[in-house]
Write a protein that binds this ligand. Structure first.
Ligand SMILES: NC(=O)c1ccc[n+]([C@@H]2O[C@H](COP(=O)([O-])OP(=O)(O)OC[C@H]3O[C@@H](n4cnc5c(N)ncnc54)[C@H](OP(=O)(O)O)[C@@H]3O)[C@@H](O)[C@H]2O)c1
Length: 227
């Protein structure tokens, strides 16, 4: 992996997506595959992952295959975690070996919903990303893609996603690579936004964006000004 396929993204890089059969995983996979990145979708059910992967390969013309989450974790150089908060800790606790040495990108938002709408859940470790780092001490955990709407990512009519992505982490090389991956998606920019200890408010801010979406019937994202 020496040449760049997009500025800062090594040629031949494989991105795996745990929970890749859901809207967010499918959406990110679609955009990375369309940019020429090899993608492996993970699922609790390898057959479901393969069926979703075949659809995405057909839709994008890209290299997309499916596996169970363990197989996907083994296959990825960069592994995106796109499962619901409820399954996050359990899944990652069982993947420590497979994910050792890898860049793990956590986009999980610990949120609750009640009659008043959406709200951020308290997390013992501080944030989902910090929980990932605690469970995966041999991995390079990065937090990113929390505010990107799966609806936009999955819509083939949306040619410019038009949003910034806040990228957080303690490993400069890892955050640089994830920023570069975000930059492969038309209209998307990866912006470094601090250490992993600052992931809590980034995850929680999603509750505000969901409130915006409900009020204005939108798929709101973020733009960072003057950068
Ligand atoms: N949707 C969005 O717009 C959006 C935007 C930004 C961030 N996110 C975050 O991305 C994550 C995924 O969102 P989503 O909307 O795609 O969620 P989802 O559809 O509820 O779940 C994604 C996939 O995770 C797997 N899964 C479900 N429950 C699981 C469990 N208990 N343990 C392990 N795997 C489980 C399922 O795949 P299998 O059944 O095939 O295993 C499912 O297809 C969430 O944490 C969310 O906060 C979502």
């Amino acid at each position: 992996m020496t040449e760049a396929s997009g500025a800062g993204v090594p040629e031949g890089l494989t991105v795996a997506v745990l929970g890749g059969t859901g809207p967010q995983g499918r959406g990110l996979a679609r955009r990375f595959a369309a940019a020429g990145v090899r993608v492996v979708l993970g699922s609790r059910d390898a057959g479901r992952a393969s069926a979703t992967a075949a659809d995405l390969a057909g839709a994008t013309g890209g290299d997309v295959t499916g596996a169970d989450n363990h197989g996907a974790a083994r296959a990825g150089d960069v592994v995106v975690v796109a499962v619901p908060w409820e399954g996050h800790g359990h899944l990652l606790a069982g993947l420590r070996e497979e994910l050792a040495g890898k860049i793990v990108v956590d986009c999980v938002n610990p949120l609750g919903f009640d009659k008043q709408g959406c709200f951020a859940l308290p997390v013992e470790e501080g944030s989902a990303a910090q929980q990932a780092a605690a469970l995966l001490p041999d991995s390079r955990v990065v937090a990113a893609f929390h505010h990107v709407s799966a609806v936009l990512l999955e819509d083939p009519e949306v040619t410019d996603v038009g949003t910034d992505v806040l990228v957080l982490g303690d490993d400069r090389e890892a955050t640089d690579l994830v920023q570069a991956l975000a930059g492969l998606v038309p209209g998307m920019r990866g912006i470094y936004a601090g250490r992993l200890r600052n992931a809590r408010q980034v995850e929680a801010l999603t509750a505000n964006l969901i409130s915006v979406n409900r009020r204005y019937k939108a798929h709101a994202g973020l733009r960072v000004t003057d950068v």
